[in-house]
Design a protein. Structure first.
Lengths: 173, 230
């Protein structure tokens, strides 16, 4: 394979990654920042960075976690650069109402609103576990935490959601 | 290790689909904790549906509340790069569509690495089953067989429903692979298992068994028992 073919193949493979993983990256970024415009920007910047360091990805089966990590870092950078203000939760919920809406499914809409109100430290590991399918050990690596801390956050996340949704806890043992 | 109620609830509160003999033992001894876990599994189904916002909705114009103001030049550069990449990838999707036999082998690998899934004897609770299937927007019609295992597993980097169904011919494992499309039915035999992958309205469905007579027919029955919601 000549140099031109190698470059074409590289672009082709990166294109496949972008096409297949972009929806998940957008969802992840949206639930991190709770803001569509921010999610779109973060994912675009992250893909640009990913393209520049694509050669560092030695195992394409790990592309998803690699890209999620880049999105995560880009999201953190966006806060550093712009010193984003903490928005009022009600304002956030109202602004993203079109995304949170679930026609004819009040339960679903209530859960989305509850997830929006969940603290960042609880929402992120929950998204990585439930939506992305990562184990607690993998989440710990991605978030730079001990596995025990991830377990605690996940436990608390679900407890807070149950509380927020008014779900009656099971009978005490 | 024997679990008490506190340990059990702490653990399943963080990982509702965790499995193991100690968890099964505690579930059989403590109906309240078993119900607690079932409720959490059902809630996880709702969480998964809630989080899986349609990308089209995310792409709708959003209020520019907190613009990140990436430099327009970079944005344009990325757009150009992306269009080149996407253009190149059109043909590539056809080229790199995973080989069907390879998919069937991956499915068998998945089943072979989760022997515990076949160990269940009791039917799973309806709430657990719906917690596993609801996020996919599908339902299993009654009558196909008793479901003795239902979980959302990671396969090929995606979370997929994994069921074990007791059909008259024996036990079969069913994976709903919304993310993988196939053009035609494929069969494979590997590691003592036989598998069939069928095209489905959303992706594909894999049915795997051991020593099942007429696995094709069984797979077709399972396929027809799934209400794909389309």
């Amino acid at each position: 394979m000549n140099r031109g073919d190698v470059e074409t193949d590289r672009r082709r493979r990166f294109g496949v990654l972008c096409d297949s993983l972009r929806p998940d990256l957008l969802r992840f970024a949206f639930w991190l920042g709770r803001d569509r415009a921010l999610a779109e920007d973060v994912v675009q910047e992250a893909m640009l960075r990913a393209w520049k360091s694509y050669d560092a990805l030695s195992d394409e089966s790990k592309a998803k976690s690699w890209l999620l990590t880049i999105v995560r870092r880009e999201f953190a950078r966006s806060f550093e650069r712009k010193r984003l203000e903490l928005a009022d939760l009600d304002v956030l919920v109202a602004a993203e109402a079109p995304v949170l809406a679930a026609e004819d499914d009040e339960e679903l809409a209530a859960m989305r609103a509850a997830l929006f109100r969940l603290g960042d430290e609880y929402r992120e590991p929950l998204v990585l576990q439930v939506l992305m399918g990562y184990s607690t050990n993998e989440i710990a690596t991605m978030m730079g935490l001990q596995q025990g801390a991830v377990l605690t956050r996940l436990f608390r996340a679900r407890a807070k959601l149950r509380q927020e949704l008014g779900l009656v806890p099971g009978p005490a043992p | 290790m024997k679990l008490d109620c506190l340990d059990f609830r702490r653990q399943v509160g963080a990982e509702p689909f965790i499995e193991g003999p100690e968890y099964e033992a505690h579930r059989s001894e403590c109906p309240a904790c078993a119900r607690f876990q079932d409720e959490l599994r059902a809630m996880d189904g709702l969480i998964a549906r809630a989080l899986a916002v349609e990308p089209a909705r995310l792409a709708e114009p959003a209020p520019a509340r907190r613009p990140m103001s990436a430099a327009p030049g970079r944005r344009r550069l990325f757009a150009i790069a992306a269009s080149i990449v996407v253009g190149l990838s059109v043909g590539l999707v056809l080229l790199v569509s995973a080989p069907r036999a390879s998919l069937a082998r991956e499915v068998i690998d998945h089943v072979a690495h989760e022997p515990g899934a076949m160990a269940g004897t009791a039917p799973v609770a309806a709430g657990v089953l719906s917690g596993v299937l609801d996020p996919e927007g599908v339902r299993l019609r009654p009558g196909v067989g008793e479901v003795s295992f239902a979980a959302r597993c990671v396969h090929d980097g995606h979370v997929v429903p994994h069921l074990v169904v007791r059909v008259p011919e024996g036990m079969v494992t069913v994976l709903l692979l919304r993310h993988r499309e196939v053009d035609e039915p494929t069969q494979v035999s590997d590691q003592g298992f036989e598998g069939v992958v069928l095209p489905a309205p959303r992706g594909s469905i894999a049915v795997v068994g051991q020593g099942i007579a007429n696995l094709d027919g069984v797979a077709q029955k399972v396929f027809e028992a799934v209400d794909w919601g389309v």
